[in-house]
Write a protein that binds this ligand. Sequence first.
Ligand code: 13P
Ligand code: SF4
Length: 318
Amino acid sequence: MIDKINDTCLVELIKELREEKDAIILSHYYQDDAIQDIADFVGDSLALAQWAAKTDAKVIVLCGVHFMGETAKILSPGKRVLVPDIDAGCSLADSCPAEEFERFIEMHPDHTVISYVNTTAAVKTLTDVVVTSTNARQIVESFPADEKIIFGPDENLGNYINSLTGRDMVLWRGACHVHEQFSLEKILDLRRKHPDAIILAHPECKSVILKIADFIGSTSALLKFATESLERKFIVATESGILHKMRELNLDKEFIPAPPADSTCACNECSFMKLNTLEKLYYCLRDESPEILISEEIRLKAEKPIRRMLEISERLGL
Ligand code: 13P
Ligand code: SF4
């Protein structure tokens, strides 16, 4: 029985199945350490979409959340796209139901619709161009300064991009429950205890957190900054899975997770991301299930704004 198999055996079994089925395992930085360690590629939302679009493998196992699996399937319809847990959703994507977003768009005619990748395929069909936290600023700036824009669903990211670009985009009021949770008081406490620490924050965090951050960026931008920085201590205000790669690439540096407000936990985890386990990854490769399936009509409509994002990102070298 699988529950008698330890992690070392699981890793070997997963490797054998990956080879046998010509599969590639893609993992987001917020996955458990063991999943990141076995993945062929670990990256942020943009990098995962770029990999899904270019891989030659027959099967893509997307270790992340549902919208990431959907994005992979939209970009690679001929491949089988598997996810270890089909219930791994996203509170941010859930905060933007397609029918309500459609009404919101109707209330703002003549607006270009820019949507964060953390949305359902149905929301993407209503979108002109998709963005991720890595390319949101540059994609917004690729439009004329007077372009009327709707930005959804992450209000914090939208406010942050408005402040950087001087735009006045109309914002959908959605949020990620993980990034909204960081406690200003607890982070300031940590800073008092570690006055030499640099505060890193993801732009999905509330503006009070962004105001005290020394560097703001997407998951991959935070990792790059920490790796290239001469500083040695960092307080990290994003999902704590990123600390695994930060520590792996920076053995001489200290990374302290920023704590959430309503918990005694020291770090902040996305419960959806953490639904995926090594064991579920094994089953999903063995059984080729759960699989992401999308109707061709929706896929074709959702593909356009994602391809547009990939094209702009390539042009900008992102
Ligand atoms: P990035 O991967 O773009 O940093 O976004 C973080 C996130 O919340 C993914 O769900
Ligand atoms: Fe969604 Fe937030 Fe989890 Fe990312 S961290 S998957 S935005 S709920």
